[in-house]
Structures are given as structure tokens and as C-alpha cells.
Design a protein. Structure first.
Length: 245
């Protein structure tokens, strides 16, 4: 495990860090030859393809003994000044293969780019529709919850109003009832007055005084018959009092 980790660190150091620094020095020279730039461009092309195939090859051949050490030695072989294996691999293997299939590779790249763009637009449309649907559902849910909250609060307010005790009645003065001759009170007073008049008549009869009968030619009295009898009885009582004394 420790050896695998150390090998990976050495690959990163000698395969990427050191060549990147050498490429930087070549670019920053005052007089740069085309061969030096061509060499480092070829190196990075080979390393890039090696990295791509490495992700797949490690699954199948990483179990081989000395696999990490062989990979490290191959990377050093590519840029080492005495070997410069980059030029040989590029000129003998990569250049003929890429030149033969360059047009096909370009066409496949364009088709893949168009398919990726169509795929992105298609799923973007689907995500937009789903997002809009979910957004309106959330708004509808919030509206329903707010309406339920308003209904519950109004019902609670009505219950509180129904449970509150009624205020005490304000003191009010009763208006006197109007006098009507046919009311029970008037009937009772008429009966009392008639009873008094009958008692007075009896008294006058015993004393010898007779009540004069009313004649038809006499003027009509503004009083009722019962009140008239009561007044006559009072008159007789006043007249009889000096005689009795």
C-alpha cells in the first residue's frame, strides 16, 4: 500500500511537475527554437492520451507486478534528454493514426456536441416545467393553509363572542300606561265606585233621603254614570253630616 502511494507521488512529480517547469523555461526563453516547442507539445499530447487510457487500463492490468514502476519509467523515458521517447512515439504511432481518422474524429465531436446540446435543452425544458408545476403547487398549498388559518381564527372569534357573558341590562324607566276605559284597572275602579255608590244609597234610603231619578230633559253630564253616582253620593254625605251631628 505504501509502495503504491509512493509510486503515484513520483508519477505526479516526474510526469507533470518537472515537465511543466521545463516547458515554462522553454516558453520564457528569448530565442526559442521550433523544435523545443514542438517537442513539449508532443509530450503533452502523449501524456494526455496516456492519462485517458490509464483510467481504463488500471482496472484490468493494475494487478500486474511492477505496474506502477513500469509506468513511472515510461513517463521518464518520454522527456529524458538522452532518450526523448516522445518524438518516436508521436511520429511512429500517434501521428499516422490521428491523421488517418482526423476527419472522422472531428465529425464525431461535432455530433456529440450537438447531441449534448439537444439533451441539455430537452432536460432543461422538463426541469423548467416541473419547477413551474411544483412552484404553483406550493403557492396553492400556502393559499389553502392561509384560508384554513383565517377560517379557524374567525370560528374561534365567534366562539369567544358566544361565550362572553351578556352585559347587565341598563336601568330604564317605565312609561305610564295610558288610561283606557276597557282596561282591567278601569273595570276594577268602576266596580269599586259602584259598590261605594250602592252602599251610600243604602245609607240614604235608611235615613229617608231618596236619590232623585234623572230626567230625560236634564243636560248630559261629562262624567260617566258611575262617576255621577259617586258624586251624588258624596253630596248626600255632606248634607247628611250636619243633621246627624
Amino acid at each position: 500500500m505504501l509502495g503504491d502511494f509512493l509510486t503515484r507521488c513520483l508519477v505526479l512529480l516526474f510526469g507533470y511537475a518537472y515537465p511543466a517547469f521545463e516547458c515554462y523555461k522553454t516558453v520564457e526563453k528569448n530565442k526559442v527554437t521550433i523544435d523545443e516547442l514542438r517537442f513539449w507539445c508532443q509530450y503533452w499530447v502523449v501524456v494526455a492520451l496516456l492519462t485517458v487510457f490509464e483510467r481504463i487500463g488500471d482496472i484490468f492490468i493494475s494487478w500486474l507486478p511492477m505496474y506502477g514502476e513500469c509506468k513511472l519509467a515510461f513517463i521518464v523515458y518520454l522527456w529524458y534528454p538522452k532518450t526523448k521517447g516522445t518524438g518516436y512515439i508521436y511520429e511512429a504511432m500517434l501521428r499516422p493514426l490521428l491523421a488517418k481518422h482526423e476527419t472522422d474524429i472531428d465529425r464525431k465531436i461535432l455530433e456529440l456536441r450537438a447531441r449534448i446540446w439537444d439533451f441539455t435543452l430537452h432536460y432543461w425544458d422538463i426541469c423548467t416545467k416541473m419547477g413551474a408545476t411544483q412552484f404553483f403547487q406550493v403557492l396553492q398549498y400556502m393559499a389553502m393553509q392561509s384560508s384554513k388559518f383565517t377560517t379557524n381564527s374567525s370560528e374561534k372569534h365567534k366562539k369567544d363572542e358566544n361565550n362572553t357573558p351578556a352585559p347587565p341590562p341598563s336601568p330604564s324607566f317605565r312609561q305610564p300606561k295610558k288610561w283606557t276605559p276597557n282596561s282591567p284597572r278601569a273595570t276594577l275602579m268602576n266596580r269599586t265606585a259602584s259598590g261605594r255608590s250602592n252602599s251610600i244609597r243604602n245609607i240614604n234610603t235608611q235615613s229617608g233621603d231618596m236619590i232623585p231619578e234623572e230626567t230625560d230633559g236634564a243636560p248630559e253630564s261629562p262624567y260617566t254614570p258611575s262617576e255621577e253616582r259617586l258624586n251624588q253620593a258624596r253630596m248626600r254625605l255632606r248634607r247628611s253630616n250636619p243633621i246627624q251631628s
